[in-house]
Design a protein around this ligand. Structure first.
Ligand SMILES: NC(=O)c1ccc[n+]([C@@H]2O[C@H](COP(=O)([O-])OP(=O)(O)OC[C@H]3O[C@@H](n4cnc5c(N)ncnc54)[C@H](OP(=O)(O)O)[C@@H]3O)[C@@H](O)[C@H]2O)c1
Length: 261
């Protein structure tokens, strides 16, 4: 099976890294990028096969992976449409399956995937849904690729905006939280690098415990809040400042914007 990437930017590089680590031979991964230096870097790092154009990728690959920004899609759609009825996987945010189906030959299997940037460390959460031509074998192929960079969920397309917000955009919220926590650490006198490591480590540890313990997050929170202790003061202050409402509203704002795209 030959996997052909059109666009070799941040996400494609992360996915290719995961695929190679997951045992997919680099010689089965083909790619073309507008700026050649990015292709060269991946050829050197992993040994993937360079193509001279999007057309060449479409011609040689068995499965196409569109990894350009959504606004650049029109530039590569012609090449992709010429690939016959080979499966096309796309990671472009905000573009519905119907958008591709209007542009591809009838019968083309199209799979929409929403990974996230933690694919770089093999911890993506990726949503997958296919059009009516994407049979079980096509979905299984998509699952195989994205399982190389984390956990995969098969969901209905109508849930994509919410999934993107909760599993994708939330990364930005969490980085903002880590930075704020680190800044509090700097204010308390820790060197910035140490404060940043402490803040991200605290988030990582809490998330791991939430996943591994099977306990409800509030039950875990209550375990940290000793009666009459210090932590409960902070929790009450966050609630007073509207912490939960802010998270809910920010998540919904992302969903609302996604639906407008
Ligand atoms: N980043 C995320 O967290 C994330 C998460 C989920 C989904 N996505 C989706 O993933 C896709 C890629 O995002 P990204 O963050 O990887 O963007 P990126 O780093 O900008 O990568 C896109 C790549 O596409 C290349 N490109 C543009 N036009 C091209 C063309 N006509 N032919 C060949 N290559 C072309 C660009 O080349 P140049 O080097 O010339 O610019 C660039 O390397 C987007 O559709 C985005 O919505 C991203």
């Amino acid at each position: 099976m030959k996997y052909g990437f059109i666009g070799l930017g941040n996400m494609a590089s992360a996915i290719i890294g995961g695929m190679v680590k997951g045992g997919i031979p680099a010689e089965d991964i083909l790619g073309f990028n507008r700026t050649k230096a990015k292709t060269d870097a991946l050829v050197e790092k992993y040994g993937i096969v360079e193509c001279a154009s999007a057309d060449e990728v479409a011609e040689r690959a068995d499965v196409l992976i569109l990894a350009v920004k959504p606004q650049m899609l029109p530039d590569v759609m012609d090449a992709a449409a010429r690939c016959g009825s080979k499966p096309v996987l796309t990671i472009a945010a905000g573009k519905a399956l119907s958008w591709y189906m209007e542009r591809f030959p009838a019968g083309t299997p199209v799979v929409r995937i929403m990974p996230n940037i933690a694919a770089r460390v093999g911890e993506s959460l990726s949503a997958i849904c296919g059009n009516k031509f994407a049979d079980e074998s096509v979905i299984a192929e998509a699952k195989k690729i994205f399982a190389c960079v984390g956990k995969v969920y098969i969901i209905e397309e109508k849930f994509f905006p919410a999934f993107s917000s909760i599993c994708g955009a939330s990364g930005a919220f969490i980085y903002l939280y880590i930075d704020a926590l680190a800044e509090a650490g700097v204010r308390a006198g820790f060197p910035r690098a140490m404060a940043e490591e402490m803040a991200s480590g605290a988030v990582l540890g809490a998330a791991k415990l939430a996943q591994d313990s099977g306990e409800h997050p509030i039950a875990l929170m209550n375990k940290v809040c000793s009666p009459g202790g210090t932590t409960v003061e902070g929790v009450i202050k966050l609630k007073e400042l509207g912490f939960e409402t802010a998270i809910q509203q920010a998540t919904q704002a992302v969903i609302d914007k996604d639906k407008l795209l």
